[in-house]
Design a protein around this ligand. Structure first.
Ligand code: ADP
Ligand code: MG
Length: 254
């Protein structure tokens, strides 16, 4: 479970104070699927970075599974980032010169896990996102949607209790975006995975059970979605168009 109370994040730019977060309190229970929605500049990325322990607040409290994040030492924080939190970015953030499998294995490198076990775990994660057949492709040989699926596999490889995603469909067309949301819904439904994603899009938000509306760095309202929309099923598909695209990219690389 995650809980934050009176979270603020202020930036001082010259004489101006930017209040990116201005007193945010919220709770997310285990197994919930929640979206955080708000216009550009409302503080969504700032909030997600703090929830993902990638950034620290100016003030306020944050608990993960009852433990106060601010009281943790560097080791405990590193452990928390490695094992409790999976983070998915809008821009995928994959390493360009390594294949999908190595990208997914990366978070395990720091664990001193034997390489055979790391490979197994990474393959499993790629299977979950339907990309086992692409594990030796480099990011530039994959479509945007496939790259995001690799990024989700990387976020899942440590079996985090919370999966956080900042505008995960922001760089994708609506059909590919739906496939990404379908993966989140499957993880939530079949694995009881806690999923929190940010979006500025109402339709994308309606695929979750609860929408937290953010504006001007504050929670303006919360909305229960009685019947979340179901995203188009993301069976690994190979249309002629994306076959051709992949082939062209491979040629470009050779
Ligand atoms: P969103 O993700 O909802 O678009 P952000 O969290 O990125 O919003 O930003 C919220 C506000 O904080 C914006 O006004 C933005 O300009 C400001 N902000 C974010 N990061 C910084 C920073 N590093 N320095 C100064 N201002 C920032
Ligand atoms: Mg943002």
């Amino acid at each position: 479970m995650i809980e934050v109370k009176d979270l603020t994040k202020f930036y001082q730019i010259g004489d101006m104070e930017v209040r990116a977060l201005d007193g945010v309190s919220l709770k997310i229970n285990d197994g919930e699927m929640v979206s955080i929605m708000g216009p550009s500049g409302s503080g969504k990325s700032t909030l997600m970075a703090i929830l993902g322990c990638l950034d620290t607040p100016t003030s306020g409290m944050y608990w993960i599974d009852g433990e106060e994040v601010e009281k943790m030492n560097e080791n405990q924080l590193a452990n928390l980032r490695a094992h409790k939190i999976g983070f998915v970015f809008q821009q995928f953030n994959l390493l360009p010169r390594t294949d999908a499998l190595e990208n997914v294995m990366l978070p395990l490198v720091y664990d001193g896990m034997p390489s055979k076990e790391r490979i197994e775990r990474a393959k499993e994660a790629l299977e979950i996102v339907g990309l086992a057949d692409r594990m030796h492709h480099h990011p530039n040989q994959l479509s945007g949607g496939q790259q995001q699926r690799v990024a989700i596999a990387r976020a899942l490889v440590n079996q985090p209790s919370i999966l956080l995603a900042d505008e995960p469909t922001g760089n994708l067309d609506s059909k590919t975006g739906a496939e990404i949301i379908a993966i989140f819904q499957k993880l939530h439904r079949e694995r009881h995975q806690t999923v929190v994603y940010v979006t500025h899009d109402a339709f994308t938000a309606r695929h979750t059970e609860r929408i937290i509306h953010l504006a001007d760095g504050q929670v303006k309202s919360e909305e229960i979605v009685a019947q979340p929309l179901i995203a188009a099923v993301s069976a690994p598909r190979e249309t002629d168009a994306n076959k051709k695209e992949t082939a062209m990219k491979q040629e470009a690389v050779v």
